[in-house]
Design a protein around this ligand. Structure first.
Ligand code: MIG
Length: 754
């Protein structure tokens, strides 16, 4: 096999917002999307149409290009791109000339057949974070990864690849930050100096264009903001989906589903969601209900609704080959399935037996398939779970000659799950009219945050997996996926009672709080662990419900600027070494104000790295000095969680579900601190799209220690808060304020002196 190295520039021309550069074997195109985002696409042959599953923005119409003897030069207000001509190499600098990322001078971009790789210089102190759902350490330096969406059942703390593809990472060196998104759905590769004598990093794909977006904003949060500007942000999720979710493979009958829901209510353990895994269907046929065990779905749904429960049902891609089955007949009649090159429908075995697979890359197929959700929505289902969409079939090795749309499987495999989630989301959004659907998908590609939440697949019931899961969640957050969760308790094995309790307490601080277990495992519900453990689990779930006003405001931030809910400490402190220590790398900020330290179930004391500033243990108000490592008790009843000095955290009273209105009092918890702080409080009806037309309630809350005042600024938006009173709860103030009083939660400025 010949290796071709990108050679000298033979000519270049600029037209309508794109710079075209010719070399002997290929061409490069350069586009500018914003002062901090430059796109480079290098290809032996660019396609005529320039499509992307991920990107939702257009490049600028025009920009200036300069030339010198050695370079083609592009400057934005934030970035300098220097393209060397002999040979073609790309180097990015800050506006004041500091190197951010440079092609390896020797190799730049190379081809071996269709495989295309770009080699980059590795800086001595360079660290890498990102790539979404990838195992390993927070700092990915010295490791390598492959993107190839896989049904990774039995994955371990080092397995790769898993279910999802997010070819986006952030590089950190010399006090500088940059991001790089390789928008290519082929099997792709990222090597962060794994085996290159610390000389270079490299990335590329088995085919397609070496098409990347370079982000030059300074600050990790700003890069995430730019990345999610480019690829989109999540919409506000339905509030009910932020409550506690109880799942299992499977609750086998309507009777069992109802029994589970009733038990939550009887035991007064808050919950919002119960799931139906594959066994609710007739012979695993998608969009059917089992006639015996789920004989009266409407009756079941009515009872669930009366108990304020929502139901989420699973749908897999595989359509059973069976004449007389509606989806099969229509799919055949209209030619909606993925094909072999000779036009035959591809067949694979999954749960239903022999199956065909909808070609979700076609709009007509997405619409056809999506319209069938009425079989679920008609009875009142409003949550939809997409599984097996890597796509997976028994044997896990779909032939490479299967065709989706006008492309073969290897070219687009990594986007199949995303297209299924897109079909699910768009159609259920239409069907449910002005109600927000909840969509959860296992496979995903960059941009999936626009359609769906994700969970991290089939993990195990071990401490190691609990900590790994937290890293996966934190890392997914870097790549725009804010609504994420893991199977709490571990999917494929039984956790010890201690681990179940600990993991549940961590679930409180996970964007999606879902307990799920494999068929054949021990029952997993909160009351299955003995009376004492049940009380701890219940108390933790109650804590989740108390925090919902804070959590919902966090989701709003995410919808607004892409900042995740669970944030690795590297977002705020990318150059603080301790953040990357193995013993601290799982720590994260949950929203603006809470630092959470995940810890194994058998450790009753743990070391926590507190960032600079002062902190208060959430459970005790004990004050701790930051910028140091502290050893704190970590009993199963008290996960180490700390509020930042100056934290403003809105809470509510305990309710049994998000449908319950509660006592109408917003509890505003404020922790004393030396510096002024601000919190953006956000509320809306929690289940419609009216917020897009101004029906929200938003106000800034300021803590001003200099003037000893907490000020709630005037309200923005037309929504009437569901709280009628506000009660300030002071933490760590010397003169403990007069007894806590509730005052009217009016729309005008509210001032509270202390
Ligand atoms: O072949 O639907 O990851 O959450 O419970 C297994 C049954 C299929 C895999 C999912 C898991 C789900 C299970 N599914």
């Amino acid at each position: 096999m010949e290796t071709v190295i990108a050679g000298n520039v033979q000519g270049f021309k600029q037209q309508a917002g794109v710079l075209n550069i010719q070399i002997a074997h290929a061409e490069a195109k350069v586009f500018i999307y914003s002062p901090t985002i430059i796109r480079v696409s290098i290809s032996k042959k660019h396609a005529d149409t320039d499509g992307s599953f991920a990107v939702i923005r257009q490049p600028l119409a025009d920009f200036d290009v300069d030339e010198s003897a050695e370079f083609i030069k592009i400057n934005t207000t934030a970035l300098k791109l220097r393209i060397s001509k002999s040979p073609l190499r790309f180097s990015f600098f800050t506006a004041d000339g500091k190197p951010l990322s440079e092609d390896d001078a020797r190799f730049g971009t190379t081809w071996q057949g269709e495989r295309v790789i770009t080699h980059r210089k590795l800086y001595a102190d360079e660290k890498f974070i990102g790539l979404g759902e990838k195992t390993g350490n927070l700092n990915r330096r010295g490791t390598s990864y492959t993107n190839w969406n896989t049904d990774a059942v039995d994955y371990g703390p080092k397995s790769d690849p898993l279910y999802k593809t997010f070819p986006f990472f952030i590089g950190l060196h010399s006090g500088l930050t940059y991001g790089l998104f390789l928008d290519n759905t082929h099997k792709s590769y990222f090597d962060f100096g794994a085996t290159t004598d610390d000389e270079m990093s490299w990335f590329g794909a088995d085919g397609g264009d070496l098409n990347y977006y370079f982000f030059g904003a300074q600050g990790v949060a700003k890069i995430i903001e730019d990345y999610t500007w480019l690829t989109g942000r999540m919409e506000m999720p339905p509030l009910w989906s932020l409550g506690y979710q109880q799942c299992r493979w499977s609750y086998m009958s309507a009777k069992e589903v109802l029994k589970i829901a009733k038990t939550f209510r009887k035991k007064k353990i808050p919950a919002d969601v119960v799931y139906c895994d594959i066994d609710y269907m007739e012979g695993f046929k998608i969009f059917t209900w089992n006639k015996k065990t789920f004989a009266d779905p409407q009756g079941m749904m009515d009872q669930l609704k009366a108990m304020n429960f929502h139901l989420v049902t699973i749908v897999d891609p595989g359509i059973k080959i069976e004449e007389g089955y509606h989806q099969y007949d229509e799919g055949i009649a209209n030619d909606y399935f993925a094909k072999y090159p000779d036009g035959e429908n591809y067949t694979g075995y999954v749960w239903p037996g022999r199956c065909h697979f909808p070609d979700f890359f076609r709009e007509d197929v997405r619409e056809w398939w999506g319209a069938a959700f009425t079989s679920l929505t008609d009875v009142g289902v409003d949550g939809f779970w997409n599984d097996m969409n890597e796509p997976a079939a028994w044997g896990q090795n779909m032939p490479w000659i299967v065709k989706f749309g006008d492309k073969y499987m290897p070219e687009v495999r990594n986007a199949y799950g995303m297209q299924m989630a897109r079909a699910t989301y768009n159609s259920t959004k239409t069907i449910l009219k002005n109600k927000r659907p909840f969509v959860l998908t296992r496979a995903a590609y960059a941009g999936t945050q626009r359609y769906s939440a994700v969970w991290t697949g089939d993990n195990m019931g071990t401490d190691e997996h609990m900590l790994l899961g937290q890293r996966l969640v934190n890392s997914l957050g870097i790549t725009g996926m804010s609504f994420t969760g893991v199977d709490i308790g571990g999917f494929t094995s039984n956790p010890t009672p201690e681990l179940m309790v600990r993991w549940n307490s961590l679930g409180v601080y996970t964007p999606m709080f879902r307990n799920h277990a494999i068929k054949g495992s021990k029952m997993r519900e909160p009351w299955e662990w003995g009376a004492a453990n049940e009380q701890i689990i219940k108390k933790d779930i109650e804590q989740r419900y108390r925090l919902l006003p804070y959590i919902y405001s966090g989701f709003y931030q995410s919808a607004l600027n892409g900042l995740p809910i669970s944030r690795t400490l590297a977002i705020e402190f990318p150059f603080e070494e301790k953040v990357y220590y193995e013993r601290f790398q799982n720590q994260f900020m949950f929203g603006d104000n809470l630092l959470v330290a995940p810890v194994e179930s058998d450790k009753m004391n743990t070391e926590v790295y507190l960032l600079k500033g002062d902190w208060y243990r959430l459970s005790t108000d004990e004050k701790l000095k930051g910028d140091k490592i502290v050893n704190v008790p970590s009993p199963l009843t008290d996960l180490p969680v700390f509020a930042k000095a100056g934290a403003i955290i809105p809470m509510q009273n305990i309710v049994q579900s998000t449908t319950e209105k509660g006592d109408g009092i917003l509890q505003l918890h404020v922790w004393n601190g030396k510096e002024a702080t601000e919190f953006m409080y956000y509320e809306d009806d929690g289940d419609s799209y009216d917020y897009e037309n101004g029906a929200y309630y938003k106000r800034i809350i300021r803590f001003d220690p200099k003037h000893k005042i907490v000020r709630l600024l005037a309200v923005e938006g037309s929504f009437v808060s569901r709280f009628s009173k506000v009660k300030i709860v002071w933490h760590g103030f010397e003169t403990q304020n007069k007894p806590i009083t509730s005052i009217p939660f009016i729309n005008d400025v509210i001032e509270l002196k202390y």
